[in-house]
Structures are given as C-alpha cells and as structure tokens.
Design a protein around this ligand. Sequence first.
Ligand code: NAG
Ligand code: NAG
Ligand code: NAG
Ligand code: NAG
Ligand code: NAG
Ligand code: NAG
Ligand code: NAG
Ligand code: NAG
Ligand code: NAG
Length: 448
Amino acid sequence: MGFFLLPKATPCILFLALLSCTCFTSTDAYDPLDPNGNITIKWDIISWTPDGYVAVVTMNNFQQYRHIASPGWSMGWTWAKKEVIWSMMGGQTTEQGDCSKFKGGIPHCCKKDPTVVDLLPGTPYNQQIANCCKGGVLSSWVQDPTNAVSSFQVSVGRAGTTNRTVKVPKNFTLKAPGPGYTCGPAKIVAPTKFITSDKRRVTQALMTWNVTCTYSQFLAQKTPSCCVSLSSFYNDTLVPCLTCACGCQSNSSQSGTCVDPDTPHLASVVAGSGKNNFSPLVQCTHHMCPVSIHWHVKLNYKEYWRVKVTITNYNYRMNYSEWNMVVQHPNFDNLTQLFSFNYKSLTPYGSINDTAMLWGVKFYNDFLNQAGPNGNVQSELLFRKDKATFTFDKGWAFPRRIYFNGDNCVMPPPDAYPWLPNAGARQEVSLFALVIASLVALVFYAPA
Ligand SMILES: *[C@@H]1O[C@H](CO)[C@@H](O)[C@H](O)[C@H]1NC(C)=O
Ligand SMILES: *[C@@H]1O[C@H](CO)[C@@H](O)[C@H](O)[C@H]1NC(C)=O
Ligand SMILES: *[C@@H]1O[C@H](CO)[C@@H](O)[C@H](O)[C@H]1NC(C)=O
Ligand SMILES: *[C@@H]1O[C@H](CO)[C@@H](O)[C@H](O)[C@H]1NC(C)=O
Ligand SMILES: *[C@@H]1O[C@H](CO)[C@@H](O)[C@H](O)[C@H]1NC(C)=O
Ligand SMILES: *[C@@H]1O[C@H](CO)[C@@H](O)[C@H](O)[C@H]1NC(C)=O
Ligand SMILES: *[C@@H]1O[C@H](CO)[C@@H](O)[C@H](O)[C@H]1NC(C)=O
Ligand SMILES: *[C@@H]1O[C@H](CO)[C@@H](O)[C@H](O)[C@H]1NC(C)=O
Ligand SMILES: *[C@@H]1O[C@H](CO)[C@@H](O)[C@H](O)[C@H]1NC(C)=O
C-alpha cells in the first residue's frame, strides 16, 4: 500500500475541539451530544373506580444512547393525599408498608412514597401487561426503540374519581438502579389517544400527566467510569490512560475495591465481594477505570486510513450487555467501512456529521464480558480522506470525545497525543513515499 503523509496545519480545529471539551464538562444534566435526551414517565387514567382510578404508567427512553441495564430501573413518587395502591399488574412495589387500618381487602401498598420495580421475565401472563416484565431493562432509543419502553398498571384507591378531584403525585424519582436521574414535576397534558391494533378505532385516556427525567453523569457517580488511550503506526509511543483517571490505586487498594489479576484466589475474591453491590470491582491498573477504550491509527492508504478500536472491561462485577459508545471525530462524515459494529450518525446540531454511535452486533459482540481474558471487543473503521481537512499532524487523527454507555471518558491531555516524526524525519518519509509512488507508477504505467 502507498505510504503518503500529508501534513497540513490545522491548529484551529484542534483548538476548537479542546475548547468545546472544556466548555461541556459541565455538571448539569445537559448533554451536548444528546441535548433532547430524557426519560418520560406518562400516567394515563384508563378508568374511574368507586374510590379512585386505574392508570397505565409508561416509561419511554428518548435518550439516543443511554440505556438502563440489569438490575433495572426503580421508580418512586409521593402521593398528594392519602392514596393507596389496591393492586398492580406488570410491576410491584418493593414494600407494602403499614396496611393495618384495612379490614377485609388489604391493599398492595399503603406507603406514602411507594417504590415500584418491573417484574421479571417469565411472569405469569395474568400478571402481565404490554411492555412489562423485562426486569427493568430499558434499551436506548437508537439501539432498540421497541424495547425503549416499559409499562405497569396501577389501581389507586382513596383518590379523586374525576379529573377535577384527582391530585397528581409529587416528587418523582427514577433510579437506574443507582442515582443519576432528576425528575421534574408532573404536568397534566392532552389525554393520550390509543389506536386499536386493527387501526379502526381510536380511544383516549380519561386524564394524562407527564413527568420528564434527565440524566447527569455528575449525579450518577463521583468519579469517571472510562478512559481513552491512543497509539499510531507513525509513532512508537503508546499514550496510556491518565493515571488515576477514575481513582487512585493507593487509596482504593486499602479499601479493597481493586483486585490484582494475579491473586491466587481471584474467583473467590470476586465472588465473595458482595453480589448485590453494583459499584465496580476493578482490576488494579494505574487508571482504575472499569472500562478503557483504545484508539489505534493503524494504516495509511492513498485515499483511505484505518483505525482499530478496542474496548476493554476491567470490572469483575459487570457484563456490559447492549453496550454502546459514542465517538466524535471530524472524519465520520466519510466513514466508508466498519467491521462487526453497528453504526448510526448522531447529528444533534443538524448538518455537522462528526458524531457516531457504535454498538455491538446482536449475539456476536453486543455482550462485553466481565474483566478477564474475554473482557474486550474490537472493530476497525475505514475512513475516506477528505483532502481539504485530512492530516496526521497535530493529533487530528484522534477522537475529540468518547462516551461509553452514555458516560464521558477521560481523554489524555492533547499535548500528549502521538506526534508525527519530526520535520526532518517527515521529509525522509515523504521522499520515501515519492520513490514508492514512482515505482508503483512505473509498474502500472510502463508499456508492456
Ligand atoms: C424529551 O425528549 C423528547 C424526545 O427527544 C423531546 O421531544 C422532548 O422535548 C423532551 N422533553 C423535555 C422536557 O426536554
Ligand atoms: C407525554 O409523554 C409522551 C411519551 O410518553 C409523549 O409522546 C407526549 O408527547 C408527551 N406530552 C407532552 C405534552 O409533552
Ligand atoms: C376534565 O374533563 C372535562 C370534560 O369532561 C374537560 O372539559 C376538562 O378540560 C378536563 N379537565 C382537566 C384538568 O383535564
Ligand atoms: C418533595 O421534595 C422536596 C425536596 O426534596 C421536599 O421539600 C418536599 O417536602 C417533598 N414533598 C413531598 C410531598 O414529599
Ligand atoms: C487518596 O490518596 C491521596 C494521596 O495519596 C490523598 O491525598 C487523599 O486524601 C486520599 N483519599 C482518600 C479518600 O483516602
Ligand atoms: C458474566 O457472564 C458470564 C457468562 O455469561 C457469567 O459466568 C458471569 O457470572 C457473569 N458475570 C457477572 C458479574 O454477572
Ligand atoms: C454521515 O456520514 C456517513 C458516512 O458518509 C453517512 O453514512 C451518514 O448517513 C451521514 N449521516 C448524515 C445524517 O448525513
Ligand atoms: C466527505 O463527506 C462530505 C460530506 O458528506 C462530502 O461533501 C465530501 O465530498 C466527502 N469527501 C470524500 C473524499 O468523499
Ligand atoms: C511520538 O509522540 C510523542 C508524544 O506523545 C513525542 O514525545 C515523541 O517525540 C514522538 N516520537 C517521534 C519519533 O516523533
């Protein structure tokens, strides 16, 4: 293959990228790559009862790339009056609370602030409703929109029985299952219209209210959860993940949250560390991240260039099912080929096509195994060079930003990016390339 280096000064681009990185490392719920992402909780009252109502509660995940993985969501609220839950379908409250005042029919839940979880797959049909019983797993909108919805039905007593006397619940919470989401107040909206499956009749809810919940990485965890390392064919230096990117070993080894992979009883240490604890149990590394992403600029062709991406899991306590990553790089508008990952371009700002969502192929590599020999997935990306912007200079070939499962990964500082060989060496290479090119030309165009 031809070996052409086309250094072009584009300091401006890198500067802009840096600027945007620092500006957007904000702590609020706003995500620049998915500015409209949210989870909407919708209550539709479908019938009035003698002392209240029956409502179908539907959760829609409108986030492009953030999903809720096992062990799933839990949702809470505070009743506005003295409501109780007589019964539920497709979901259950985690605690019944004190129902001692009731004689005869005992409610499903008497708590002022119930917490609801999804039922597990395999629940008997007579306890199911549509979109329930997935163990609280909610896919991202891009990966699987049909599974980005979850529902349960609740029969509420001691409540209002008309749309003027019903009081909407307050203080909604959504856990995934840990913190991260903040929910706004319930807003009464136009009643939902339902279309029958044969599309010949439209019915409508008696009353509907919506709650919108948004995610903040800062609320979810105090430390980052992934880091990025870089390398290239044109420089032997491997730029590793930042030391202490997700925590420091000295501290955490004391508290026992990092495991040496060479420890003789690895399996028992991992097994004995508490199955119901969802905080990561990571392999000891200098970066201490549960996940690292390596971007290697692998090959240079005349018209194309090739990158190899490897995702490595260092977390002994997590298999990442339906994992995804989001990468920002200016050449994604000319992505030509992608091996064994799915791709969709994200264009939160209309025309700028520089952001890609990548995720695994179902039943092939959509499951990133826990830390260990199988704890990685990889792919190669082939980009077509745009002569106006392409360069290996100034770190242009490296990504500007990477998310894993919706969380921003820690990048190495830009001044540490692999450099092109120095100017003198570059000239030699160019000369070499020129010679090769001439030879190639000779081979192909010399008269037979
Ligand atoms: C929630 O997300 C949907 C879909 O992206 C969007 O249309 C809606 O405006 C969002 N709601 C809020 C309150 O941001
Ligand atoms: C309420 O939420 C549903 C999705 O659950 C959405 O389709 C609808 O547009 C929302 N209504 C308003 C007024 O935001
Ligand atoms: C209650 O229902 C009546 C019609 O039955 C309707 O005119 C009114 O707007 C509804 N109010 C609310 C708050 O939904
Ligand atoms: C809702 O939460 C706010 C702040 O956490 C609290 O001040 C308020 O009392 C809560 N309301 C109810 C009804 O629990
Ligand atoms: C972690 O270690 C650093 C220096 O080694 C120290 O400054 C810091 O206080 C420690 N933090 C904890 C939580 O022990
Ligand atoms: C991950 O998956 C493997 C194989 O499917 C299983 O043996 C292992 O227990 C799982 N690990 C966790 C932490 O769930
Ligand atoms: C972005 O560019 C890629 C590669 O050329 C293309 O496949 C994709 O459709 C583009 N997306 C948009 C929204 O234009
Ligand atoms: C790269 O993509 C842009 C936008 O789609 C297009 O205008 C341009 O011609 C492409 N360049 C090459 C070399 O294909
Ligand atoms: C490779 O890149 C590093 C920066 O990461 C730089 O210090 C080094 O000089 C470069 N090597 C060569 C041969 O240019």
